[in-house]
Write a protein that binds this ligand. Structure first.
Ligand code: SF4
Length: 375
């Protein structure tokens, strides 16, 4: 029988595992704290655990950390790790320090099946879901490596965003125990407001998350109407904007914040005109309490898309702000190490042949969307 990776468990899971070993729940709490709060890598370090339990664990359990392929540190303090997740697949995490917080952007899948046109991960295709252990190991690595490096005892990572490679809500069963571990006072003790799941709009799973583990929600919107969003975020064909907006409103009844964050990647000539901004206002004002985060696009060769220029982004932001919608323009961080949003390419064995599909599809987004709206 292969050993069980204890990083795969939230506290309830670990308690059930300990029970199978004939151990009481408080032992699971001790073990959980050693793993996640103290960063223990070896059962022998867990000095207040009974020797008999440590002995039992040696035979049946492991703590599987991720192998680091590379680490890049930006001039602005941003750190990007590339982790080996086996089978020729690699995923990335990015640590972004700011004055009042330090955010870790975590991956949930090796690749992504959603295939958003502006996203280099989507372009690579999908290989596999990460396990709970592989998701939480990214936080474990950042927290405990940096504590040692910065010679600090207090918490390093204050915020987590599930915004790296992958669509987290298409890996729901692994995601939720990882979120619970982040929130657990015996784990990382992050507040629900400081843990954000970013989704391209998997409506049924947003509804489940609302019941199972309501953390802050960000939605990758990127277009104000269905024809354009169908092209940019193909999942929209399954869950169109009206359905997504209604679900966002429902989610707010359980959410730790009283707004949804809409991510909007600014694409030159595609979704960045004054008219698009006015359409967005009509879509959300007095309907969906929200804030907009405008993201400068990070071009990659195969996308056929261009970044909106700064004056255009500012003009777009001003139209939204003048309508009373809180709007921020995301600062690009870690540009010198390709750690900015949408650049988390990792490396995957593409089982979906996404790159071939994309190459076959000409970029006719703008023309199609305008024609559809005028029809
Ligand atoms: S933006 Fe997110 S959901 Fe879309 S392809 Fe990229 S990783 Fe997947």
């Amino acid at each position: 029988m292969s050993a069980v990776n204890l990083l795969d468990f939230d506290l309830e899971g670990l308690a059930a595992f300990c029970e199978q070993l004939g151990e009481k729940r408080f032992r699971a709490v001790q073990l959980f704290r050693w793993i996640h709060q103290k960063g223990a890598t070896d059962f022998d370090q867990m000095s207040d655990l009974a020797k008999s339990l440590r002995g039992k664990l040696q035979g049946v359990a492991t703590l599987e950390r991720l192998k680091v392929i590379s680490e890049h540190v930006s001039a602005d303090g941003t750190i990007k790790w590339l982790f080996d997740v086996g089978g020729g697949n690699a995923v990335e995490s990015v640590y972004i320090p700011e004055d009042d917080r330090a955010t870790l952007c975590i991956s949930s899948q090796a690749g992504c099946a959603v295939g958003c046109r502006f996203c280099s991960t989507g372009h690579q295709g999908f290989s596999r879901n990460l396990s709970t252990g592989e998701i939480i190991a990214q936080l474990w690595h950042a927290e405990h490596t940096l504590r040692q490096r910065f010679k600090r005892d207090d918490r390093i990572v204050s915020n987590v965003v599930m915004m790296g490679m992958g669509e987290p809500l298409q890996n729901y069963n692994a995601l939720v125990p990882a979120l619970r571990t982040m929130l657990d006072d015996h784990g990382y003790g992050l507040s629900r407001r400081r843990v954000t799941v970013s989704t391209s709009g998997v409506v049924p799973m947003i509804e489940r998350l609302m019941k199972d583990c309501p953390v802050a929600l960000a939605v990758s919107l990127h277009a104000p109407n269905d024809p354009l969003r169908d092209e940019l975020v193909p999942l929209n064909r399954k869950y169109p904007i009206a359905e997504l907006m209604a679900t966002c409103v429902d989610y707010l009844s359980a959410a730790p914040r009283d707004f949804i964050t809409f991510e909007y990647c600014m694409l030159d000539g595609v979704n960045d005109t004054d008219e698009h901004a006015r359409e967005l206002i009509a879509l959300v004002r007095h309907k969906v309490p929200c804030k907009f985060n405008l993201i400068p696009f990070n071009p990659f060769p195969q996308s056929g898309l261009k970044r909106s220029n700064n004056p255009r982004v500012q003009a777009f932001a001003r139209i939204l702000a003048d309508a009373g919608i809180v709007t921020t323009v995301r600062k690009t961080r870690g540009d010198d190490i390709d750690a900015a949003c949408g650049q988390l390419a990792g490396e995957v064995q593409d089982r979906t042949r996404a790159s071939e599909r994309m190459l076959r599809q000409p970029i006719m987004i703008q023309a199609a969307a305008v024609a559809d709206r005028k029809a």
